[in-house]
Design a protein around this ligand. Sequence first.
Ligand code: HEM
Length: 392
Amino acid sequence: MSDPITPFVPVERGISEHRPAHAAMRAAGPLVRVEAPAGGPAWIVTEEDLARQVLSDPRFVKDPGMAPADWDPRVSGLERPVAEQMSVTTLDGDAHAALRKVHAPMFSARGVSRYYDRMVAIARALLADLAASVPAGTAVDLTTDFTIRFPLAVVGDVLGVPAEHVDLAISACRDLFNPDPAAFAAALAAFAQLADAALEAGDGVAAELRDRLPADTGHDDLRYLILVIIFSGQPTMEAFLGFLVANLLEHGAAGSDRKALDEFVQEVLQRQPPAPFTLWRFTAVEVELAGVTLPPGTPVMVDLFGITVDPDRPAGGPDLMFGAGPHYCIGAQLALFQMRALTEVLVNDYPHARLAVPFADLRQIDGGGTLGGRLTALPVVLHGEDRRPTAS
Ligand code: HEM
Protein backbone atom coordinates (compact mmCIF):
# COMPACT_ATOMS: atom_id res chain seq x y z
CA MET A 1 0.00 0.00 0.00
CA SER A 2 1.37 3.47 -0.87
CA ASP A 3 2.18 6.04 1.84
CA PRO A 4 -0.70 8.40 2.71
CA ILE A 5 -0.42 11.90 1.21
CA THR A 6 0.20 14.48 3.94
CA PRO A 7 -0.35 17.91 2.37
CA PHE A 8 -0.47 19.81 5.68
CA VAL A 9 2.79 18.70 7.26
CA PRO A 10 5.22 21.66 7.11
CA VAL A 11 8.23 20.92 4.89
CA GLU A 12 11.42 23.00 4.89
CA ARG A 13 12.81 23.31 1.36
CA GLY A 14 14.62 25.55 -1.10
CA ILE A 15 12.99 28.70 -2.46
CA SER A 16 12.10 27.11 -5.81
CA GLU A 17 11.05 23.69 -4.53
CA HIS A 18 7.37 22.84 -4.35
CA ARG A 19 5.81 21.01 -1.42
CA PRO A 20 5.97 17.40 -2.66
CA ALA A 21 2.35 16.72 -1.70
CA HIS A 22 1.02 18.87 -4.57
CA ALA A 23 2.47 16.56 -7.24
CA ALA A 24 1.45 13.48 -5.24
CA MET A 25 -2.14 14.71 -4.97
CA ARG A 26 -2.27 15.58 -8.68
CA ALA A 27 -1.07 12.08 -9.51
CA ALA A 28 -3.67 10.55 -7.18
CA GLY A 29 -6.65 11.92 -9.13
CA PRO A 30 -9.08 14.85 -9.38
CA LEU A 31 -10.46 14.35 -5.85
CA VAL A 32 -8.11 13.08 -3.16
CA ARG A 33 -8.88 11.95 0.36
CA VAL A 34 -6.51 13.29 3.03
CA GLU A 35 -6.40 13.69 6.82
CA ALA A 36 -7.51 17.23 7.83
CA PRO A 37 -5.23 19.25 10.19
CA ALA A 38 -8.11 19.30 12.69
CA GLY A 39 -8.54 15.52 12.29
CA GLY A 40 -10.76 13.24 10.24
CA PRO A 41 -11.12 12.76 6.50
CA ALA A 42 -11.24 15.67 4.07
CA TRP A 43 -11.14 15.93 0.28
CA ILE A 44 -8.87 17.98 -1.95
CA VAL A 45 -9.80 18.91 -5.52
CA THR A 46 -6.74 18.84 -7.79
CA GLU A 47 -8.23 19.29 -11.25
CA GLU A 48 -9.05 22.73 -12.67
CA ASP A 49 -12.50 22.14 -14.20
CA LEU A 50 -13.68 20.27 -11.12
CA ALA A 51 -12.25 23.07 -8.94
CA ARG A 52 -14.16 25.77 -10.81
CA GLN A 53 -17.32 23.64 -10.57
CA VAL A 54 -16.95 23.20 -6.78
CA LEU A 55 -16.13 26.89 -6.21
CA SER A 56 -19.39 27.98 -7.81
CA ASP A 57 -21.69 25.14 -6.71
CA PRO A 58 -24.11 26.30 -3.95
CA ARG A 59 -24.13 22.81 -2.44
CA PHE A 60 -20.60 23.53 -1.14
CA VAL A 61 -20.98 26.11 1.63
CA LYS A 62 -18.51 28.15 3.67
CA ASP A 63 -20.53 28.31 6.92
CA PRO A 64 -18.29 26.79 9.66
CA GLY A 65 -21.56 25.67 11.29
CA MET A 66 -21.40 22.78 8.78
CA ALA A 67 -17.88 21.70 9.85
CA PRO A 68 -17.30 18.41 11.68
CA ALA A 69 -18.41 18.95 15.29
CA ASP A 70 -15.07 17.82 16.73
CA TRP A 71 -12.91 20.30 14.75
CA ASP A 72 -10.98 22.65 17.06
CA PRO A 73 -11.15 26.14 15.48
CA ARG A 74 -7.62 26.93 16.72
CA VAL A 75 -6.35 24.08 14.54
CA SER A 76 -8.81 24.35 11.64
CA GLY A 77 -8.47 28.14 11.45
CA LEU A 78 -12.25 28.37 11.06
CA GLU A 79 -14.27 31.40 12.03
CA ARG A 80 -17.44 31.17 14.12
CA PRO A 81 -20.62 29.72 12.55
CA VAL A 82 -22.73 32.23 10.66
CA ALA A 83 -25.48 31.88 13.29
CA GLU A 84 -23.04 33.52 15.79
CA GLN A 85 -21.06 35.88 13.55
CA MET A 86 -21.73 36.94 9.98
CA SER A 87 -18.69 37.48 7.79
CA VAL A 88 -18.01 37.91 4.11
CA THR A 89 -15.79 34.84 4.32
CA THR A 90 -18.44 32.56 5.84
CA LEU A 91 -21.80 33.68 4.44
CA ASP A 92 -23.27 31.87 1.46
CA GLY A 93 -25.88 32.57 -1.22
CA ASP A 94 -27.88 35.82 -1.37
CA ALA A 95 -26.67 37.16 1.99
CA HIS A 96 -23.08 36.73 0.82
CA ALA A 97 -23.78 38.36 -2.55
CA ALA A 98 -25.40 41.36 -0.80
CA LEU A 99 -22.40 41.84 1.49
CA ARG A 100 -19.96 41.52 -1.44
CA LYS A 101 -21.92 44.21 -3.26
CA VAL A 102 -21.41 46.55 -0.32
CA HIS A 103 -17.62 45.97 -0.46
CA ALA A 104 -17.29 46.01 -4.26
CA PRO A 105 -16.67 49.67 -5.15
CA MET A 106 -14.00 50.18 -2.49
CA PHE A 107 -12.03 47.09 -3.52
CA SER A 108 -12.33 47.44 -7.31
CA ALA A 109 -9.24 48.51 -9.26
CA ARG A 110 -10.64 52.04 -9.41
CA GLY A 111 -11.43 52.09 -5.68
CA VAL A 112 -7.99 50.88 -4.70
CA SER A 113 -6.10 53.06 -7.17
CA ARG A 114 -7.09 56.11 -5.11
CA TYR A 115 -4.54 54.91 -2.56
CA TYR A 116 -1.73 54.01 -4.95
CA ASP A 117 0.44 57.10 -4.41
CA ARG A 118 0.22 56.53 -0.66
CA MET A 119 1.25 52.87 -1.10
CA VAL A 120 4.34 54.11 -2.94
CA ALA A 121 5.02 56.63 -0.16
CA ILE A 122 4.67 53.91 2.50
CA ALA A 123 7.05 51.55 0.64
CA ARG A 124 9.52 54.40 0.18
CA ALA A 125 9.43 55.46 3.84
CA LEU A 126 9.74 51.92 5.24
CA LEU A 127 12.62 50.99 2.93
CA ALA A 128 14.42 54.29 3.62
CA ASP A 129 14.17 53.63 7.39
CA LEU A 130 15.52 50.11 6.88
CA ALA A 131 18.37 51.26 4.66
CA ALA A 132 19.30 53.94 7.19
CA SER A 133 19.27 51.44 10.07
CA VAL A 134 22.51 49.76 8.92
CA PRO A 135 25.81 50.97 7.41
CA ALA A 136 25.83 51.02 3.57
CA GLY A 137 26.67 47.61 2.16
CA THR A 138 25.25 45.76 5.20
CA ALA A 139 22.38 43.27 4.84
CA VAL A 140 18.94 43.61 6.41
CA ASP A 141 16.53 40.67 6.72
CA LEU A 142 13.25 41.77 5.13
CA THR A 143 11.31 38.88 6.70
CA THR A 144 11.99 40.08 10.25
CA ASP A 145 9.58 42.98 9.99
CA PHE A 146 9.23 44.55 6.54
CA THR A 147 7.17 41.80 4.85
CA ILE A 148 4.49 42.00 7.55
CA ARG A 149 4.71 45.77 8.20
CA PHE A 150 4.31 46.95 4.60
CA PRO A 151 1.01 45.15 3.78
CA LEU A 152 -0.48 46.00 7.17
CA ALA A 153 0.57 49.65 6.85
CA VAL A 154 -1.11 49.71 3.42
CA VAL A 155 -4.37 48.04 4.46
CA GLY A 156 -4.45 50.24 7.57
CA ASP A 157 -4.01 53.35 5.44
CA VAL A 158 -6.75 52.26 3.05
CA LEU A 159 -9.14 51.60 5.92
CA GLY A 160 -8.29 54.88 7.64
CA VAL A 161 -6.47 53.41 10.67
CA PRO A 162 -4.05 56.09 11.96
CA ALA A 163 -0.46 55.18 10.99
CA GLU A 164 0.76 54.97 14.59
CA HIS A 165 -1.34 51.80 15.04
CA VAL A 166 0.66 49.59 12.67
CA ASP A 167 2.47 47.86 15.55
CA LEU A 168 -0.89 47.03 17.11
CA ALA A 169 -2.07 45.53 13.80
CA ILE A 170 1.09 43.41 13.57
CA SER A 171 0.68 41.97 17.07
CA ALA A 172 -3.07 41.42 16.53
CA CYS A 173 -2.43 39.43 13.33
CA ARG A 174 0.37 37.42 14.91
CA ASP A 175 -1.81 36.42 17.88
CA LEU A 176 -5.14 35.74 16.17
CA PHE A 177 -4.48 31.99 16.23
CA ASN A 178 -2.41 31.96 19.42
CA PRO A 179 -3.45 28.91 21.50
CA ASP A 180 -2.99 30.98 24.68
CA PRO A 181 -6.52 32.31 25.44
CA ALA A 182 -5.12 35.55 26.95
CA ALA A 183 -3.10 36.34 23.81
CA PHE A 184 -6.11 35.51 21.61
CA ALA A 185 -8.38 37.80 23.69
CA ALA A 186 -5.77 40.57 23.45
CA ALA A 187 -5.67 40.13 19.66
CA LEU A 188 -9.45 40.50 19.41
CA ALA A 189 -9.36 43.60 21.62
CA ALA A 190 -6.60 45.06 19.44
CA PHE A 191 -8.67 44.47 16.27
CA ALA A 192 -11.64 46.21 17.90
CA GLN A 193 -9.39 49.15 18.77
CA LEU A 194 -8.07 49.34 15.18
CA ALA A 195 -11.61 49.29 13.77
CA ASP A 196 -12.81 51.99 16.16
CA ALA A 197 -9.78 54.17 15.41
CA ALA A 198 -10.48 53.90 11.66
CA LEU A 199 -14.19 54.65 12.10
CA GLU A 200 -13.41 57.64 14.28
CA ALA A 201 -10.87 59.00 11.78
CA GLY A 202 -13.64 58.63 9.19
CA ASP A 203 -11.51 59.18 6.08
CA GLY A 204 -11.04 55.67 4.71
CA VAL A 205 -12.72 52.51 3.55
CA ALA A 206 -13.84 51.54 7.08
CA ALA A 207 -16.11 54.59 7.24
CA GLU A 208 -17.28 54.00 3.63
CA LEU A 209 -18.16 50.44 4.57
CA ARG A 210 -20.18 51.66 7.59
CA ASP A 211 -22.05 54.16 5.43
CA ARG A 212 -22.88 51.57 2.75
CA LEU A 213 -24.05 48.81 5.14
CA PRO A 214 -27.72 48.54 6.16
CA ALA A 215 -28.41 51.04 8.97
CA ASP A 216 -29.26 48.28 11.45
CA THR A 217 -25.79 46.64 11.20
CA GLY A 218 -24.49 46.21 14.76
CA HIS A 219 -21.22 47.82 15.86
CA ASP A 220 -19.67 44.43 16.67
CA ASP A 221 -20.54 43.15 13.19
CA LEU A 222 -18.95 46.23 11.63
CA ARG A 223 -15.82 45.76 13.73
CA TYR A 224 -15.66 42.13 12.65
CA LEU A 225 -15.95 43.01 8.94
CA ILE A 226 -13.01 45.39 9.38
CA LEU A 227 -11.02 42.67 11.17
CA VAL A 228 -11.60 40.40 8.17
CA ILE A 229 -10.23 43.04 5.79
CA ILE A 230 -7.13 43.56 7.92
CA PHE A 231 -6.42 39.90 8.56
CA SER A 232 -7.52 38.07 5.39
CA GLY A 233 -4.66 39.25 3.22
CA GLN A 234 -1.95 39.18 5.88
CA PRO A 235 -0.58 35.60 5.74
CA THR A 236 -0.55 35.50 1.92
CA MET A 237 0.87 39.00 1.48
CA GLU A 238 3.58 38.52 4.09
CA ALA A 239 4.71 35.27 2.47
CA PHE A 240 4.44 36.43 -1.11
CA LEU A 241 6.35 39.70 -0.69
CA GLY A 242 9.40 37.66 0.32
CA PHE A 243 9.21 35.61 -2.90
CA LEU A 244 8.52 38.71 -4.97
CA VAL A 245 11.53 40.66 -3.69
CA ALA A 246 13.85 37.63 -3.89
CA ASN A 247 12.84 36.99 -7.50
CA LEU A 248 13.08 40.67 -8.41
CA LEU A 249 16.61 40.99 -7.06
CA GLU A 250 17.72 37.72 -8.61
CA HIS A 251 16.07 37.78 -12.03
CA GLY A 252 15.03 41.42 -12.48
CA ALA A 253 11.99 42.59 -14.45
CA ALA A 254 12.16 43.13 -18.21
CA GLY A 255 11.99 46.91 -17.65
CA SER A 256 11.24 49.54 -15.02
CA ASP A 257 8.00 50.79 -16.57
CA ARG A 258 4.68 49.89 -15.00
CA LYS A 259 3.76 47.31 -17.66
CA ALA A 260 7.02 45.40 -17.24
CA LEU A 261 6.70 45.45 -13.45
CA ASP A 262 3.07 44.23 -13.53
CA GLU A 263 4.06 41.41 -15.87
CA PHE A 264 6.89 40.48 -13.55
CA VAL A 265 4.50 40.33 -10.56
CA GLN A 266 2.15 38.09 -12.56
CA GLU A 267 5.02 35.79 -13.50
CA VAL A 268 6.08 35.34 -9.87
CA LEU A 269 2.45 34.82 -8.82
CA GLN A 270 2.18 32.01 -11.37
CA ARG A 271 5.52 30.47 -10.39
CA GLN A 272 5.02 30.67 -6.63
CA PRO A 273 1.28 31.14 -6.04
CA PRO A 274 0.87 32.38 -2.47
CA ALA A 275 -2.40 30.69 -1.44
CA PRO A 276 -1.76 26.94 -1.64
CA PHE A 277 -5.38 26.07 -0.92
CA THR A 278 -8.77 27.76 -0.80
CA LEU A 279 -10.47 27.95 2.58
CA TRP A 280 -12.65 25.01 3.61
CA ARG A 281 -16.05 24.37 2.12
CA PHE A 282 -18.55 21.81 3.45
CA THR A 283 -21.21 19.85 1.61
CA ALA A 284 -24.64 21.18 2.61
CA VAL A 285 -26.33 18.00 1.29
CA GLU A 286 -25.10 14.66 -0.03
CA VAL A 287 -23.08 15.34 -3.20
CA GLU A 288 -21.75 13.02 -5.89
CA LEU A 289 -18.34 14.39 -6.98
CA ALA A 290 -15.86 12.72 -9.35
CA GLY A 291 -17.46 9.36 -8.60
CA VAL A 292 -17.30 9.80 -4.81
CA THR A 293 -20.40 10.15 -2.61
CA LEU A 294 -19.77 12.90 -0.04
CA PRO A 295 -22.22 12.97 2.89
CA PRO A 296 -23.47 16.33 4.27
CA GLY A 297 -20.82 18.16 6.30
CA THR A 298 -17.85 16.76 4.33
CA PRO A 299 -14.84 19.17 4.27
CA VAL A 300 -13.55 19.97 0.78
CA MET A 301 -10.90 22.39 -0.45
CA VAL A 302 -9.17 23.19 -3.73
CA ASP A 303 -5.43 22.77 -4.33
CA LEU A 304 -4.86 26.17 -5.98
CA PHE A 305 -1.09 25.82 -5.89
CA GLY A 306 -1.01 22.36 -7.45
CA ILE A 307 -3.39 23.39 -10.24
CA THR A 308 -1.51 26.63 -11.00
CA VAL A 309 1.92 24.99 -11.25
CA ASP A 310 0.67 21.85 -13.07
CA PRO A 311 3.24 21.37 -15.87
CA ASP A 312 0.44 20.11 -18.17
CA ARG A 313 -1.75 23.16 -17.64
CA PRO A 314 -2.11 25.18 -20.85
CA ALA A 315 -0.45 28.60 -20.50
CA GLY A 316 -2.47 31.79 -20.72
CA GLY A 317 -5.75 30.55 -19.20
CA PRO A 318 -7.55 32.50 -16.48
CA ASP A 319 -5.61 32.23 -13.25
CA LEU A 320 -6.87 30.60 -10.08
CA MET A 321 -4.51 31.94 -7.45
CA PHE A 322 -7.06 34.41 -6.09
CA GLY A 323 -9.76 31.70 -6.20
CA ALA A 324 -12.87 31.67 -8.40
CA GLY A 325 -16.65 31.98 -8.10
CA PRO A 326 -18.56 34.04 -5.54
CA HIS A 327 -15.75 33.96 -2.93
CA TYR A 328 -13.04 35.20 -5.34
CA CYS A 329 -10.54 37.25 -3.32
CA ILE A 330 -11.98 40.66 -2.43
CA GLY A 331 -8.47 42.00 -1.91
CA ALA A 332 -6.97 40.91 -5.26
CA GLN A 333 -6.70 44.48 -6.60
CA LEU A 334 -5.42 45.78 -3.28
CA ALA A 335 -2.78 43.03 -3.34
CA LEU A 336 -1.74 43.74 -6.95
CA PHE A 337 -1.51 47.50 -6.43
CA GLN A 338 0.73 47.13 -3.40
CA MET A 339 2.95 44.60 -5.20
CA ARG A 340 3.27 47.12 -8.02
CA ALA A 341 4.08 49.92 -5.55
CA LEU A 342 6.80 47.89 -3.87
CA THR A 343 8.45 46.74 -7.11
CA GLU A 344 8.34 50.28 -8.49
CA VAL A 345 10.09 51.72 -5.42
CA LEU A 346 12.70 48.95 -5.29
CA VAL A 347 13.57 49.20 -8.97
CA ASN A 348 13.65 52.99 -9.10
CA ASP A 349 15.05 53.93 -5.69
CA TYR A 350 17.38 50.95 -5.10
CA PRO A 351 18.82 50.06 -8.50
CA HIS A 352 21.85 48.39 -6.90
CA ALA A 353 19.96 46.41 -4.25
CA ARG A 354 21.01 42.76 -4.19
CA LEU A 355 20.49 39.54 -2.27
CA ALA A 356 23.14 39.06 0.42
CA VAL A 357 23.18 35.27 -0.15
CA PRO A 358 22.87 33.21 -3.35
CA PHE A 359 19.23 32.89 -4.47
CA ALA A 360 19.47 29.09 -4.34
CA ASP A 361 20.43 29.23 -0.65
CA LEU A 362 17.14 30.90 0.34
CA ARG A 363 14.90 28.47 2.27
CA GLN A 364 11.16 28.34 2.87
CA ILE A 365 9.00 26.65 5.49
CA ASP A 366 5.22 26.19 5.53
CA GLY A 367 3.25 28.31 7.94
CA GLY A 368 1.40 25.33 9.44
CA GLY A 369 -2.20 24.19 8.93
CA THR A 370 -3.26 24.97 5.40
CA LEU A 371 -0.88 27.92 4.99
CA GLY A 372 1.81 27.90 2.33
CA GLY A 373 5.54 28.48 2.35
CA ARG A 374 7.33 31.61 3.50
CA LEU A 375 11.03 32.41 3.39
CA THR A 376 12.92 31.66 6.58
CA ALA A 377 15.09 34.75 5.94
CA LEU A 378 15.62 37.29 3.15
CA PRO A 379 18.92 39.12 3.68
CA VAL A 380 19.14 42.04 1.28
CA VAL A 381 21.71 44.78 0.77
CA LEU A 382 19.57 47.75 -0.20
CA HIS A 383 22.44 50.08 -1.07
CA GLY A 384 24.61 47.64 -2.98
CA GLU A 385 27.48 48.82 -5.13
CA ASP A 386 26.94 49.69 -8.78
CA ARG A 387 28.09 46.60 -10.70
CA ARG A 388 27.46 47.92 -14.19
CA PRO A 389 30.56 47.86 -16.40
CA THR A 390 32.12 51.31 -16.55
CA ALA A 391 32.73 52.91 -19.94
CA SER A 392 36.46 52.95 -20.69
C1 HEM B 1 -1.15 37.58 -2.54
C2 HEM B 1 -2.21 38.02 -1.93
C3 HEM B 1 -3.51 37.29 -1.81
C4 HEM B 1 -3.87 36.04 -2.25
C5 HEM B 1 -3.04 35.03 -3.01
C6 HEM B 1 -5.24 35.84 -1.83
C7 HEM B 1 -5.97 34.69 -2.12
C8 HEM B 1 -7.30 34.54 -1.82
C9 HEM B 1 -8.09 33.38 -2.19
C10 HEM B 1 -7.57 32.19 -2.96
C11 HEM B 1 -9.35 33.59 -1.74
C12 HEM B 1 -10.56 32.66 -1.95
C13 HEM B 1 -10.69 31.71 -0.79
C14 HEM B 1 -11.81 30.71 -1.00
O1 HEM B 1 -12.48 30.69 -2.04
O2 HEM B 1 -12.03 29.91 -0.07
C15 HEM B 1 -9.37 34.86 -1.05
C16 HEM B 1 -10.48 35.39 -0.43
C17 HEM B 1 -10.44 36.59 0.27
N1 HEM B 1 -9.40 37.48 0.34
FE1 HEM B 1 -7.57 37.26 -0.51
N2 HEM B 1 -5.68 36.95 -1.18
C18 HEM B 1 -4.66 37.86 -1.15
C19 HEM B 1 -4.70 39.12 -0.60
C20 HEM B 1 -5.77 39.67 0.03
C21 HEM B 1 -5.80 40.99 0.62
C22 HEM B 1 -4.67 42.02 0.58
C23 HEM B 1 -7.01 41.13 1.21
C24 HEM B 1 -7.51 42.37 1.92
C25 HEM B 1 -8.65 42.93 1.66
C26 HEM B 1 -7.77 39.91 0.99
C27 HEM B 1 -9.06 39.66 1.43
C28 HEM B 1 -9.79 38.54 1.12
C29 HEM B 1 -11.16 38.32 1.59
C30 HEM B 1 -11.96 39.24 2.50
C31 HEM B 1 -11.54 37.09 1.06
C32 HEM B 1 -12.90 36.39 1.24
C33 HEM B 1 -13.81 36.68 0.10
C34 HEM B 1 -15.13 35.93 0.21
O3 HEM B 1 -15.17 34.90 0.89
O4 HEM B 1 -16.11 36.38 -0.40
N3 HEM B 1 -6.98 39.05 0.26
N4 HEM B 1 -8.11 35.42 -1.12
